[in-house]
Design a protein around this ligand. Structure first.
Ligand code: ATP
Ligand code: MG
Length: 280
């Protein structure tokens, strides 16, 4: 097991419980999607995966190492668990994009030839030109910043790659390119954990879904059981259109015309599906 989290609690301030008794295990090579409402604790959980946050309440073990508030010398953990944050600005601060991308691997003391080789590869895969690499990140568009922040983590070849809402701000082409890149990285044995509201886009790539609500894990399992589990629908009311698209995509719903409509119509489609009264 690469990550073993047991009964983890995390408070930002007294009485503000952002993580509530979470158990979360990760096996090598999994491709996991974490989803849930805004404020449900997704980013807070991610920050425990490479010891940005260290909790004394519960147990966190990353790549065989127990993390406590006293844990120091975390370079190895940070190198092996690469985290792409929700806001690209949080990880871009150098004079040029190239320096931004090379900052991590240099800090991890990866030999320069290896860094440059990895950079060439990632430039092609994420469509980053030399012109972009020469500019400061502050002058880039949202989608460009997103791709650069991803490159700056992928370049160090972590064993576990964690991404917080990586598809936001990307157009369809770049989104597909990114997800394909993640699949290739996953095929090479790297574990992928991706936080996303955009389940419809990421669906095909995921092996497992974890749903958070109010700091708790309320679902953890495969896609098939996710679609059958009523609790997901009751929690994710605002994503009904997304659910309907997924149900159509996986051939559980066939009537495309029903797609358009109000929240009430969506609710009816979902309820009929769960009651087994749809289609056929
Ligand atoms: N630095 C902080 N200080 C105080 N409270 C915080 C801090 N960061 C997050 N919180 C609170 O902790 C809870 C969980 O936040 P978190 O950022 O983990 O949610 P999230 O699921 O990632 O949401 P989103 O989908 O909006 O990114 C929220 O109630 C949030 O207001
Ligand atoms: Mg978040």
């Amino acid at each position: 097991m690469q990550i073993k989290i047991e009964k983890l609690n995390y408070y930002y301030e007294k009485k503000m419980k952002a993580i509530d008794s979470i158990n979360f295990n990760v096996l090598k090579g999994e491709f996991i999607g974490i989803t849930g409402h805004t404020g449900s604790g997704k980013s807070t959980l991610l920050k425990h995966l490479n010891a940005i946050l260290k909790s004394s309440n519960g147990s966190v073990e990353i790549l065989g190492r127990r993390i406590t508030p006293k844990s120091k010398m975390l370079k190895e953990i940070r190198k092996n668990v690469g985290v792409v944050f929700q806001f690209p600005e949080d990880q871009l601060f150098s004079q040029t994009v190239k320096e931004d991308i090379m900052f991590g691997p240099k800090n991890f003391e990866i030999p320069i030839e290896e860094i440059l080789e990895s950079l060439e590869d990632i430039k092609i895969k994420l469509d980053l030109s030399d012109e972009i690499l020469a500019r400061p990140a502050t002058t880039l568009s949202g989608g460009e910043k997103r791709r650069v922040s991803i490159a700056s983590v992928v370049v160090s070849k972590p064993k576990i790659l964690v991404l917080d809402e990586p598809t936001i701000g990307l157009d369809y082409g770049n989104k597909t390119k990114l997800l394909q890149l993640l699949r290739d990285i996953n095929d090479s044995g790297v574990t992928i954990i991706i936080v996303s509201h955009d389940l419809h886009s990421t669906w095909d790539y995921l092996d497992r879904i974890v749903l958070l609500e109010g700091g708790k894990v309320v679902f953890d399992g495969n896609k098939e059981s996710f679609l059958k589990d009523k609790i997901n629908y009751s929690i994710k009311e605002k994503y009904y259109p997304d659910f309907i698209k997924i149900l159509i995509k996986v051939n559980l719903l066939k009537n495309n015309e029903k797609l358009a409509g109000t929240k009430k119509q969506s609710l009816k489609i979902i309820t009929d599906y769960l009651d087994g009264e749809t289609n056929e």
